[in-house]
Design a protein around this ligand. Structure first.
Ligand code: BGC
Length: 254
């Protein structure tokens, strides 16, 4: 068990990659705090969280809202007394031609994907510094922190920002032994890609661009997250790990 007794926060853990990471972390012995943006029913959210392990809890809150983040961090410390790992997984994507993108759409993507990472990372790092002994910050960015994706300018800009946040923080937080890394998933079969998965032509085209010839599975991203969150990754900081079946290499061919 790689993460025995560690306390790990996973944002946006209700579906897709976040859910797979919470599941894997629990299997590795972690006490997992699953954050949901919203949930119709608090009781049900708590029950769902326990499916990730007896000691796992659910916290409903919006990562783009600093008060929500402060409140959630307070509850984590109250419940567990510490935080060892924070996974910034919550994110949104808007497909829209640049010329039609509204200020509201741009601001929403930036609020969740960039400010959300800033607020959660800052609150987590303050706690990690206070408790001592280091910690792990893992951002789920995207291959689009680096490669362009026409029609997704707000999304790509937000992921590029997360790339630089990670790089800066890896230096700034190194004296505190807080490792900061990104995982850049390619095309993973999750709800964010549902429209493509449901459209046979779009699906076939997407697969054609992936050297590995298939979509990735959320569990394949979770496996890298489990390593980066573990003590084995002690000397690993400041980098992005692609889990993309070679997609970024294929794109650079053009
Ligand atoms: C996006 C997906 C896209 C994938 C590969 C991800 O970051 O969320 O919509 O399929 O990158 O391009």
């Amino acid at each position: 068990m790689k993460l025995q007794d560690k306390v790990a926060l996973v944002t946006g853990a209700n579906s897709g990659i976040g859910k797979a990471i919470a599941t894997r972390f629990a299997a590795e012995g972690a006490r997992v705090v699953v954050n949901y943006h919203s949930h119709e029913d608090d009781q049900q959210a708590a029950a769902e969280a326990r499916s990730f392990g007896d000691e796992s809890i659910a916290l409903v809150g919006d990562v783009s809202n600093r008060e929500d983040v402060q409140r959630m961090m307070g509850m984590i410390v109250e419940r567990f007394g510490r935080l060892d790992i924070a996974v910034n997984n919550a994110g949104i994507e808007i497909k829209k031609p640049f010329l039609d993108t509204t200020p509201q759409e741009w601001e929403r993507v930036m609020a969740v994907n960039v400010s959300g990472v800033f607020f959660v990372t800052q609150a987590a790092a303050i706690q990690m510094v206070k408790q001592g002994g280091g910690g792990k910050i893992i951002n789920i960015s995207s291959v689009h922190e680096d490669i362009p994706f026409s029609g997704y300018t707000s999304y790509c800009a937000s992921k590029g920002a997360v790339r630089m946040m990670m790089r800066n923080l890896s230096i700034e937080l190194a004296p505190h032994r807080i490792n900061v890394n990104n995982i850049a998933p390619g095309a993973i079969a999750t709800p964010i890609n549902q429209a493509v998965l449901d459209d046979p032509a779009a699906r076939a085209q997407a697969i054609e661009e992936i050297p590995w010839g298939r979509f990735g599975r959320p569990e394949e991203v979770a496996a890298v997250a489990a390593f980066l969150a573990s003590d084995e990754a002690e000397y690993v900081t400041g980098s992005t790990y692609c889990v993309d079946g070679g997609l970024v290499r294929q794109v650079t061919k053009y």
